[in-house]
Design a protein around this ligand. Structure first.
Ligand code: MN
Length: 244
């Protein structure tokens, strides 16, 4: 299996090195990652200037690695172009969870989505940094377990995985869709000028069986996702109720 490893935290992230290490046990790995941090860039693509890649300044124990002057989605598009026989794209390990409505902003997940758009399977991995640096040997063990499960479930194309610091198990989950409170928090810079932070907090407790619920219970959350956004139940209803 040929595995392309990318992320949105950039080529220097220790999470990228950990994921490459874990992936190397399952196939031939190449790393193609953004040259600077691209967190919260979602599925942005670079359309107004050309992309280029260079060798990685980081040594990944001999794994071939490149940095790209673009977004996570750019890295997947360019990486799968240069390495056209890629079987799997893995993204992460993001330093910070990607749960619930955060999936709309996530660059980590967007890389996996871009892979699926290009016909390649995509998996996003994220972990928490709330209690300091992740415990990589522990979570790499769980990443290996996820790889094993997905090896036998080839029909699943797009997966979002979140790993607690010291997992007690693994669960299939759905995306929590409860509302969050996204707001702008004002502040001032050292010159006294106004500046603003984008911040969000979940408004309600997580629903049982969801991604947020799983990590709250110290379980690795494995969420199969799809790219179709159409609300098919509503569409059926509208076609009947409001014929156009
Ligand atoms: Mn990130």
């Amino acid at each position: 299996m040929r595995i392309l490893v990318t992320n949105d935290d950039g080529i220097y992230s220790p999470g990228l090195a950990a994921l490459a290490r874990a992936a190397a046990n399952f196939g031939e790995v190449k790393i193609v990652a953004p040259d600077v941090e691209q967190s919260s860039m979602s599925h942005a693509i670079t359309a107004t200037r050309p992309l280029s890649y260079r060798s990685s300044p980081v040594d990944f124990d001999g794994i071939e690695a490149y940095r790209v002057n673009g977004t996570p989605s750019d890295c997947v598009a360019l990486g799968t172009h240069l390495w056209s026989t890629t079987d799997l794209v893995v993204s992460g390990i993001n330093l910070g969870y990607n749960l619930g409505n955060q999936l709309w902003h996530s660059g980590t997940l967007a890389a996996a989505k871009q892979a699926v758009l290009l016909g390649v399977r995509g998996i996003a991995f994220s972990t928490t940094v709330d209690q300091g640096e992740p415990n990589y040997p522990v979570i790499e063990k769980y990443i290996a377990e996820c790889f094993h499960v997905l090896e036998s479930e080839k029909d699943i194309r797009l997966i979002n995985i979140n790993l607690p610091r010291n997992p007690a198990g693994i669960e299939w989950t759905n995306q929590s869709v409860r509302q969050y409170d996204a707001r702008i928090v004002p502040g001032v810079d050292p010159m006294g000028r106004k500046l603003y932070w984008y911040n969000f907090i979940p408004l309600e407790a997580a629903e049982e069986g969801t991604d947020r619920w799983a990590v709250d219970h110290n379980l690795v959350s494995v969420t199969p996702l799809r790219l179709e956004l159409t609300d098919n139940a509503r569409l059926k209803e509208l076609r009947k109720k409001v014929p156009l």
